[in-house]
Design a protein around this ligand. Structure first.
Ligand code: SAM
Length: 373
């Protein structure tokens, strides 16, 4: 097994988050259920098909896909030994014989060429040091005409499930250090204008990115205390509470509890989450497509249904993308201002869709981000 992403391999094998993911596998699956449904619906899997699940973690989506394609084969690929151990044991408990799991780095793992009909991923493709190489490697394992369907997070500011507890914690402890924009991590593809050229350079075509919003059950449901405990041991809580005085940590968690309570009902704590649903296709060898990018006057990227934006729309989309830069998470005031005013009445309906905005060449630089995009 060759590994290019050694830091990530260490993080997902021996890092402090791994035990949390393994122990809370069922909770994560319930919390992310709306996005699993979106991925599987878009993937349109058929019995007898073949699926690769990239960054499959504890295998919730791999098992769901395996059920849909039986007797076809599903393969879950992941860096993490402990998470794959959990996936294998769940597959065995479910009596699923058409699923296998492989430990490896999707960026460099040697995969059977043109083997898979569909590649799926739920939050497993944002951690590559060289995303073009990774998506090219994944493409080479996909048949001509085969499809890629994955969900990745929209920016922090669009995700109340992180903002609301983050703002409460930030009243007591320092927010996490800023993550470099676009680097490997949860928000690596928060800006769809970064993602499009990566997928194109990796040989994917007909790229379609839609905005999907859902109200999720924070920590997979249960009591408010269950949600607080989940968040305390998840990345945000662990990072922000690391090294905190126990009395301060207790006050911070009491604030989180108070902030979550208005969003709770008998099922658990409901908060909004926003992802990009990304779809792309491997071109057929006999129908080569023009190189990407095409000029906007040619109607945009071939095969996509994205619309051209007016200058005003482009400005709006740019300022939205910049507003939500992960860098902003470092500011306490920022956390507070974004979380303030969020009420249950203002919750976004379970699934709301729109096509991702596309930057247009020739637009004036966005005042919100000074043209850094
Ligand atoms: C946020 S978790 C998502 C896990 C799972 N897809 C889910 O939804 O529960 C990200 C997963 O991506 C895996 N991962 C990160 N970088 C990877 C790489 N280069 N190759 C394969 N897996 C990777 C991690 O080990 C981890 O299991």
């Amino acid at each position: 097994m060759s590994i290019a992403n050694t830091e990530q391999a260490e993080h997902w094998n021996t890092g402090p988050g791994v035990a949390h993911w393994v122990a809370n596998q069922a909770r994560y699956d319930r919390m992310h259920a709306p996005f699993t449904a979106l991925i599987l619906e878009a993937a349109a899997l058929r019995p007898g098909g073949s699926v690769l699940d990239v960054g499959c973690g504890c295998g919730g989506t791999t098992l769901a896909a395996a059920r849909l394609i039986a007797p076809g084969q599903a393969l879950g690929l992941d860096l993490s030994g402990p998470m794959l151990a959990r996936a294998r044991s769940d597959a065995e408990a479910a009596g699923l014989a058409n699923v296998t799991f492989q430990q490896g780095d999707a960026q460099v793992e040697s995969l059977e060429p043109a083997d898979f009909e569909v590649v799926i991923s739920r939050f497993g493709v944002m951690f590559f040091a060289d995303p073009v190489a990774a998506f090219a490697n994944i493409r080479s394992a996909t048949r001509p005409g085969g499809r890629l369907v994955f969900a990745c997070w929209q920016p922090l500011a669009a995700n109340q499930w992180l903002l609301v507890p983050g703002a409460a914690l930030a009243e007591h402890v320092r927010p996490p250090d800023p993550v470099p924009a676009g680097g490997p991590g949860m928000f690596a593809f928060a800006d769809p204008d970064r993602l499009r050229p990566i997928l194109a350079a990796a040989g994917w075509r007909d790229v379609e990115i839609t905005s999907e919003h859902a109200s999720i059950l924070v920590g997979g449901g249960g009591s408010v205390d269950d949600a607080v405990e989940f968040l305390r041991t998840a990345t945000q809580g662990r990072t922000m509470l690391a090294g905190a005085d126990p009395a301060i940590a207790a006050r911070a968690l009491a604030s989180v509890r108070a902030a979550l309570t208005p969003h709770a009902d008998a099922d658990g704590v409901h908060l909004d989450a926003a992802v990009w649903l990304v779809q792309a296709v491997v071109p057929q060898p006999d129908s080569p497509l023009p190189p990407y990018p095409r000029s906007p006057s040619a109607g945009g990227e071939p095969g996509t249904s994205r619309r051209n934006l007016t200058r005003a729309e482009g400005m709006r989309s740019c300022s939205r993308a910049s507003r939500v830069s992960a860098r902003a998470s470092a500011a306490v005031g920022w956390f507070r201002s974004r979380a303030r005013g969020h009420s249950r009445a203002g919750r976004i309906a379970p699934v709301r869709r729109m096509r991702a905005p596309t930057a247009q060449p020739g637009l004036p630089p966005c005042p919100g981000c000074n043209g850094r995009r």
